[in-house]
Design a protein around this ligand. Structure first.
Ligand code: ATP
Ligand code: MG
Length: 419
């Protein structure tokens, strides 16, 4: 009914369409009457004039046929998710996800049993939002089955079909609603979608930690996710996701600090800003969301804070602390504690600490175990103890001592009787 094609994407003005890698993949799929169209984020973002990341392609060909055609054309073909219909085409090192048209046969709120289909409208109907269900052929002609172009123009994030049904099929769509609204929406969240999300919020518990992690971090990476997070809090959805009392106020301040100091959105740090202090909640959440050890460590350390960091810290003490904590942890703590202190986003004292973390390169401690063993020590604990003693003295002296001085201190310390 709404199969309008009144808007085109000009391949000459969209490099991702006209570049040789894309052309080769599309040509291979088109050989012998196959049909292939761009879909999802690439089409949506190109229509909005926003940067295009991954390019997804939908096709009427079966996955086996996709594999065969790509191989015949001399392109890379990786069966990444062939059971779900996805083959990754690779050309000049660039990947393209090529997915066969699908239809849902069965859904349980987290996984779907799908069947391959040949109908484009059916494929569009199982996608989440109208703005994500737009197709563009290789000439840029758009196919829009559900009013996605109008919604895109109005920056409206609207489910394809009945929001309650669509959420019951896959509860992750609750998070995707907030994510896409934060990135591309304006004004209020679609009323029916918000109500359906609130009603289905307990279903979030059934999702895997990995899926929730990915969506939550993408949401927090939006330029300004505050309005969406407040809606999530008011509807009880945030409490389903994050244990403890969420610190929305602190996150709002962190974002103001980022904006005033040309800092790009950093999802893990923003997540830490939302969590209560102390590291306990961060550990629980890290387990739930299956965070990597690196992310878990970073978020736990940031929420544990470091009381030595304060606006009053003088430059030399700040350098010592920066050396001991490492740049990332020091910077994270500065930003979070700045936000928690409620100081102005242009505050000179805090800004100085931030610049220090960005500009200062820690000097290298030039002694190692060999220097100690050269004095007759056996390999073992004592070597480390001596090294640390000298390093501390070096740090305390603001890193001024050069290697000859360090060796002298070492020789002297080595002669001291040790217990
Ligand atoms: P971006 O890649 O910029 O984050 P995207 O729209 O490409 O945005 P993806 O998560 O990469 O988002 O998904 C690609 C497309 O697959 C979506 O545009 C949508 O059409 C469909 N899709 C993805 N996840 C779901 C889901 N849970 N339910 C329904 N459709 C989905
Ligand atoms: Mg994508």
């Amino acid at each position: 009914m709404n199969d309008q094609s009144n808007k085109r994407l000009d391949p000459n003005r969209n490099r991702w369409m006209s570049e040789p890698a894309t052309q080769s993949v599309m040509r291979a799929l088109h050989a012998d009457g196959g049909e292939a169209r761009f879909v999802g984020g690439a089409v949506r973002n190109a229509l909005l004039g926003e940067p295009v990341g991954d390019v997804d392609i939908a096709t009427s060909l079966t996955p086996d046929e996709v594999m065969a055609r790509l191989t015949r054309a001399g392109l890379g073909a990786v069966p990444t998710g062939i059971a779900h219909g996805t083959v990754t085409a690779v050309c000049n090192g660039k990947p393209f996800e090529v997915t066969t048209l699908r239809r849902d046969v069965e859904t349980d709120g987290r996984h779907a049993v799908i069947a391959f289909a040949t109908d484009w409208r059916e494929d569009a109907a199982r996608r989440d939002f109208t703005i994500n269900a737009l197709y563009a052929d290789e000439n840029g002609t758009i196919t829009d089955y559900f009013g996605g172009l109008q919604d895109l123009a109005a920056r409206r994030v609207r489910f394809v079909g009945d929001p309650r049904l669509r959420i019951r099929e896959d509860y992750l769509r609750i998070l995707r609603l907030f994510r896409f609204h934060a990135w591309y929406g304006t004004g209020e969240i679609d009323e029916a979608a918000l109500a359906a999300s609130a009603a289905g919020k307990s279903g979030l518990q059934r999702l895997s930690g990995e899926r929730v992690q990915k969506e939550l971090l993408r949401l927090l990476e939006a330029k300004d996710p505050m309005a969406v997070l407040r809606a999530m809090q008011d509807s009880g959805i945030l409490a389903e996701l994050l244990p403890g009392d969420s610190q929305l106020q602190r996150l709002a301040r962190l974002i103001a600090i980022e904006n005033a100091n040309a800092i790009a959105p950093d999802a893990p740090l923003r997540l830490a800003a939302l969590l209560p202090d102390g590291g306990v909640v961060a550990r629980v959440l890290a387990g739930r969301l299956k965070l990597s050890n690196a992310l878990r460590g970073r978020i736990v350390e940031a929420t544990e804070k470091d009381d030595r960091i304060a606006a009053s810290l003088d430059e030399a003490d700040a350098r010592k602390l920066l050396y001991r904590l490492g740049t990332e942890r020091f910077r994270d703590c500065v930003l979070l504690q700045w936000a928690a202190a409620g100081a102005d986003a242009g505050d000179v004292a805090w800004r100085r600490l931030l610049r220090l973390a960005e500009d200062w390169t820690a000097p290298i401690f030039t002694l190692d175990g060999n220097d100690v063993m050269a004095l007759g020590f056996e390999e073992g604990q004592e070597v480390g103890v001596l090294l640390r003693e000298i390093e501390q003295r070096w740090v305390a002296g603001d890193f001024a001592a050069g290697r000859p001085q360090l060796l002298e201190w070492l020789a002297h310390a080595a002669k001291k009787p040790r217990g």
